[in-house]
Design a protein around this ligand. Sequence first.
Ligand SMILES: Cc1cc2nc3c(=O)[nH]c(=O)nc-3n(C[C@H](O)[C@H](O)[C@H](O)COP(=O)(O)OP(=O)(O)OC[C@H]3O[C@@H](n4cnc5c(N)ncnc54)[C@H](O)[C@@H]3O)c2cc1C
Length: 394
Amino acid sequence: MLGKLRIAIIGCGPGGLATALFLKRLGHEITIYEQYSEPLPVGSGLLIQPSGQSVLEMLGLLDSIKSLASPVHQLHGISVEQNRRALDMRYSNTGQGTSALGIHRASLFSTLLHAVEKAGVPIVVNSKLVTVEESGNLITPVFETGVSDASFDLLIDASGARSPVAAGKVKRLDYGAFWATVDMPEKHDLMPDALDQRYFRASQMAGIMPVGLNPATGNRGAAIFWSEKPENADRIIASGIDRFRKNYCDLWPEAEPFVSQLTSMEELNMAVYNHRTGRPSPSHRLIHVGDSWHCTSPQLGQGANMALIDAAALAMAFETSGSLLEVGEKYRKARMMHIRLYQILSIVFTPLYQSDSTFKPWIRDIVIHHFARLPIIRSLIAKTVSGTLALSSV
Ligand SMILES: Cc1cc2nc3c(=O)[nH]c(=O)nc-3n(C[C@H](O)[C@H](O)[C@H](O)COP(=O)(O)OP(=O)(O)OC[C@H]3O[C@@H](n4cnc5c(N)ncnc54)[C@H](O)[C@@H]3O)c2cc1C
């Protein structure tokens, strides 16, 4: 087991915060650096899969998270052109009695942040990492404001998809999405406890999912999203909220009680999606966690879960290693297969739901409609989405 180390963690996302909690517990001296003037969650809802829930349970946070979230038992989607089911995934098909949790990003963030503060981990804000310097047995972060006064035994990069020190190119995906959070209407005709979507081929996609507490209003909330190309974002914003609501409801009339709550385009955020499978860092004093190592389109709903699993796997590598070199090797070995599998699945599946192709959505509709009913395929799809396929125990 390693002695007490001085560790810098870059980034206050789920990956950075969870890593800080695990490594603080192991007795290390942790400092988190965050680029913004205060740590803030960006975006709307996300799904915490059974894989991510098991990590939150290890951190003793699962009950708090459940109290802020909504159970999501099913992912469902209809191709409106054919009026055919193009997605039907029930968590019950895993045979493991689990479901996902729909949660607002701010609820996940505030739960992790509160635990980090309670554990006494300092967060240094206004610290945007630009590079690192290594000399002898130490690594030093270099921020926009200059070289840090403090040097560390290890620097953990959890700065997300746009990490300045990650190896491997980030590919911006053709489609992103507008996202917003609204209150769950008292009456609606959508499926309860489901992430529901409507598609026109793969060029239009609208989705709604329950997120438990809406932090802006204190009511039960729902995340709504609309697939769009980033280069169209300014034009859509300029066209105004009435046009946005009309387009959404033309595709999906039953979404009206949700979409009618939007009063301005300012309530929507355009999210850009990226893909990267990073290469391992050549230095054993620099380790990547979460999106800084591997980011994908959120179509499979895995990113935050993968970041949480990375954090748990890294802690396990710390517990069983005698040197930092060994930590890096064990951590990569524990995570590599799971990450590779989900990176490939994301490359294969994302264009079926977000692309200009007419052929790929046609394949999607035929395959899902006919083959996803087979029990063995149903179970495989459910385990894939749960995040547990090829997952070595963490
Ligand atoms: C619209 C959308 C929907 C999504 N839905 C889901 C879902 O349903 N389920 C799911 O599991 N995942 C989902 N994801 C993916 C998920 O949000 C990410 O995979 C996850 O947040 C990655 O966590 P992270 O900690 O690695 O990075 P991030 O959450 O990106 O956090 C990075 C942190 O580092 C800080 N930072 C960045 N650069 C620097 C720097 N240079 N110096 C200092 N600090 C820096 C940032 O400010 C931030 O605090 C979704 C993503 C998007 C965009």
